[in-house]
Design a protein around this ligand. Structure first.
Ligand code: CAA
Length: 393
């Protein structure tokens, strides 16, 4: 099932992750937990840790710069810029306004954030698809950018992560065409972040049940194709595995569920196991992971994918993706595994120091902030008169 040339979707994608990571074996040792609980029970081995010079603006701008450069697209051709995030630094001023300036996108561009927990960027992508149907502009840029922090010693600590996925959408995408095929919404308190809280409040087991209920509702009644890839929002890989065991039962015919998971889901979890949860970017990271892992597979074997997006609170959407004929050329530029291989492993006390700085940002001196290196071209410079400043790294 190939993309028809007129189908709107993603022309190119790019990932940005911070340079440092924490090995969950080190976290397990420090917390007195069996390391298999994290690597097998949850399915994460490493988590990306943002430096004090990185916030969601910095992650988004660095991913956005990369996607434009690799796609060979001028910022002047972007008419819509949407940032999906649930870890913004401001409750009013959009993250996207800073990204707009850093990427030097023209003034005749619509610029805004979408907040709906981890589904924000997916709703941004759906907005962009609708917008491209009517706009004369060539491209929409949607960036999912988040830093997932739960706090020291919290149950969610091993599922932390940080990163941004930038997606350039167009009418004749070189990567993948997308359509929404079902949606689900329900008012629940499974994961939420009151305005006065630094960390989210989570009803962990209930949140997994809400996720599973939304998945079942979205996949039910669909004519599910066995040979497609199944890409899920991935707060942690084990939840995806558990959910797919239920979803795979809905595929017609005699499906070997264990092997189906291994072939049609497993490769999508490789990057999440080394980055952790990146909230709005998590499902899109899973897509990059699946495509990069399948670069050597024959293109004609592909039947595209299903993409299940979940945002706590809650809202969910199921999208059908159809690969474009030239998808391998775009995926060949991802270099995601290589980016992760080049990171620096933090000592456990360095990780705790970074958590302390997040809790007390004033505790880092201007000199130490300036000396902090980042993985890309843009960085956070500091706050003056309550205004956050960004610039070249
Ligand atoms: N070896 C192997 N497996 C082990 C083990 C060991 N030594 N010790 C424990 N395990 C297994 C457990 O059996 C369990 O597996 P099952 O689910 O199959 O039972 C798994 O490891 C986790 O163990 P616990 O249930 O004891 O885990 P926990 O209480 O420490 O918390 C969590 C796990 C609830 C996921 C927690 O990390 C959390 O709250 N995370 C944040 C919330 C979250 O991610 N929710 C997901 C849905 S909401 C959403 O999708 C939005 C979002 O992104 C946040």
């Amino acid at each position: 099932m190939k993309n028809s040339p007129s189908e709107i979707g993603i022309d190119h994608m790019a990932l940005y992750v911070p340079g440092p990571y924490l090995s969950l074996d080190d976290l397990a040792a420090a917390r007195g937990v069996d390391p298999n609980k994290y690597s097998v029970g949850i399915g994460i081995r490493e988590t990306a840790i943002a430096t004090p010079a990185e916030d969601v603006v910095v992650l988004a701008a660095n991913a956005g710069q990369r996607v434009l450069k690799e796609a060979g697209v001028s910022p002047d051709d972007v008419g819509l810029l949407v940032v999906g995030t649930e870890s913004a630094e401001d409750k009013s001023k959009p993250t996207a306004t800073h990204v707009h300036e850093l990427l030097d996108i023209g003034k005749s561009c619509r610029v805004y954030d979408v907040v709906h927990a981890c589904a924000g960027a997916t709703y941004g992508v759906l907005n962009a698809i609708d917008w491209l149907h009517n706009s004369t502009h060539k491209y929409a840029l949607v960036i999912a950018s988040d830093i997932a922090r739960y706090g020291k010693n919290e149950a969610g600590e091993p599922t932390q992560g940080a990163g941004a996925v930038a997606m350039l959408l167009s009418r004749q995408p070189r990567l993948i065409g997308l359509n929404e095929i079902s949606t689900f919404s329900k008012n629940v308190y499974d994961f939420w972040k009151p305005l006065d809280q630094k960390y989210p409040l989570v009803d962990g087991i209930y949140s997994a049940r809400c996720y599973a209920e939304a998945a079942e509702a979205c996949f039910a009644g669909q004519d599910l194709q066995e040979n497609a890839a199944y890409i899920y929002h991935t707060p942690y890989p084990k939840l995806v595995q558990q959910t797919h065991m239920q979803v795979a039962r809905m595929i017609a015919g005699d499906v070997d569920i264990k092997n189906h998971f291994k072939d049609k889901v497993g490769p999508s979890l490789q990057l999440a196991a080394r980055i952790g949860n990146i909230y709005t970017g998590s499902m899109w990271l899973a897509l990059m992971s699946f495509l990069e892992a399948n670069l050597s597979e024959p293109a004609e074997d592909s039947d595209g994918c299903y993409l299940f997006s979940y945002g706590s609170g809650c809202g969910a959407a199921l999208l059908r993706g159809r690969l474009s004929p030239a998808w391998k050329e775009q995926v060949g530029l991802f270099g995601a595994e290589a980016t992760l291989d080049a990171r620096t492993r933090l000592a456990f006390d360095e990780y705790e120091t970074l958590m302390d700085i997040y809790e007390n940002p004033e505790s880092i001196s201007a000199d130490d902030l300036a000396a902090t290196t980042v993985n890309g071209s843009f960085r956070y410079l500091g706050t003056e008169k309550n205004k956050r400043r960004y610039g070249a790294a």
